[in-house]
Each structure stands twice: as C-alpha cells, then as structure tokens.
Design a binder for this molecule. Structure first.
Ligand SMILES: C[S@@+](CC[C@H](N)C(=O)[O-])C[C@H]1O[C@@H](n2cnc3c(N)ncnc32)[C@H](O)[C@@H]1O
Length: 218
C-alpha cells in the first residue's frame, strides 16, 4: 500500500469514528423527538422519489438500494417494498435509531465492496456519501456494476471550495504532528473532494432531472 493510500485509509477510518460519535450524540438529542426527525426524513425521501418519477414511473416491485444509507438515509421512507441500505456503520445505526432503521433491510458493508450480484437493482440512491469514503471511484464502479441495464441512479455529493481542501489539509498536518487543537469544520470528517470530482466526471454521471452531465451541490 502506498503512503497516499495508507493516508486515505487512516482518514477514512477516522471519518467513520467521527460519524459514529456524532450519531451517538444525536441519538441522545432526538430521544423522545423521533417524530420530528421522521417528518423530515419523509419529506426528503418523497422529494427524491418525485425527482426520479419525473424521469420514469417507479414500479411497485422496484429493487432499491441506498449506498451509504447512514443514520437517516432516503431508503427508510422511500416506499420500496424491496429496499436495502448498505453502510459500514449500519449495525450501529440500527441500534441507535430503531424507530426507522427497521423499515429497510440494512447491511454493514462498504460501498467499495457491495455484497450483490451484477445488475441486481432498478434504483440506486447515494446521497452525500462518496466524499466520506476511502475510494469514491470504486464506489461508483460498484454502483454501476449492481445497476440493472435500465436502472436509475440518484446521486448527490458535496463539492467543497478549494479553500476548504487547503484548510483541511493544513489542519490534518498539525493533527498528524500531535497538536491537539481542532477547528471542527476542517476536521477529518470527510476523505476529500477533488478525488470525488475527478471520479465522477470521468464516469460521466448524469443528473436524473436534466440530461446534462452535472454534479449536484447542496
Ligand atoms: C454524511 S453521511 C450521509 C448518510 C445518508 N446518506 C444521509 O444523507 O443521511 C455519510 C455516510 O457515509 C457512510 N460511509 C462512510 N464510508 C463509506 C463507504 N466506504 N461506503 C459506504 N458508506 C460509507 C458513513 O457511515 C455515513 O453514514
């Protein structure tokens, strides 16, 4: 493994640790207020479903996969009879948020190694995930592999300003030197962005709502 690869692996592991700590704290905060979270999740999932339905109707028996289904992903209220979410932290999320995590089958696995046969899904959702993962390109290749020939993909990724990338790199350098000072927005909660942008453009992803190659921002 090259120095760069081992750096990415360390950063990806750290990003998962941070994500889990964040979701544990959030589980405490939302305890007793689950209905508010559910309402927001229903709204998000419905919006994405409508976006896809504007392209093509979704069959009742559509096989739907969410890659990086997270603590509050789209799959839980997407209305899929046969919905499955994959996330390395899926088992933790199932314990922390049983109110909705049980609404879909979830599997603890990385998007870089999806545990499915080729062409297994009619719809794949991936929302704000690849910049948090070790190898965005591999995730995109895996998504392409498991999509049936006429499948639809809903894909969102955050593209950060180059200033963010530079600031986060400097931040990572002083952390690597053992300096404990941390500025939260620049801390290593993602594995970074230029890689995601390159991988995306080279695969020519298209948005569901326009026919032009785009990278959606949010
Ligand atoms: C910002 S959260 C987004 C979660 C969810 N998609 C949503 O929008 O609520 C990023 C998610 O990516 C997951 N993740 C990190 N590395 C991953 C990987 N290699 N493959 C799939 N998911 C990964 C994290 O566990 C986390 O749940």
């Amino acid at each position: 493994m090259s120095l760069r690869e081992s750096g990415l692996r360390r950063r990806a592991d750290r990003a998962l640790e941070r994500q889990l700590a964040y979701q544990r704290a959030k589980a405490d905060r939302v305890n007793g207020r689950e209905q508010e979270v559910v309402a927001a999740m229903i709204a998000d999932s419905s919006k994405v479903r409508r976006t896809l339905e504007a392209v093509r109707p979704i069959a009742d028996d559509a096989r739907v996969l969410e890659v990086g289904s997270g603590a509050h992903g789209l799959i839980f209220y997407f209305g899929a009879k046969d919905g499955v979410g994959v996330d390395p932290l899926a088992d933790h999320y199932a314990e922390l948020f049983p109110a909705w995590q049980k609404r879909a089958r979830t599997i603890a696995a990385p998007g870089e190694r999806l545990p499915f046969e080729n062409a297994s899904f009619d719809i794949v959702l991936c929302d704000n995930v690849v910049d948090h993962a070790e190898n965005p390109r591999l995730i995109l290749e895996e998504i392409a592999r498991v999509m049936a020939p006429d499948a639809m993909l809903y894909f969102e990724v955050n593209i950060h300003h180059p200033f963010y990338h530079a600031a986060a790199s400097v931040h990572a350098a002083w952390r690597a030197l053992g300096i404990p000072f941390e500025i939260t927005p620049f801390a290593d909660h993602t594995v970074h962005l230029t890689l995601a942008r390159r991988a995306l453009c080279s695969r020519g992803c298209r948005s569901a709502s326009s026919a032009k190659p785009t990278i959606s921002r949010r």
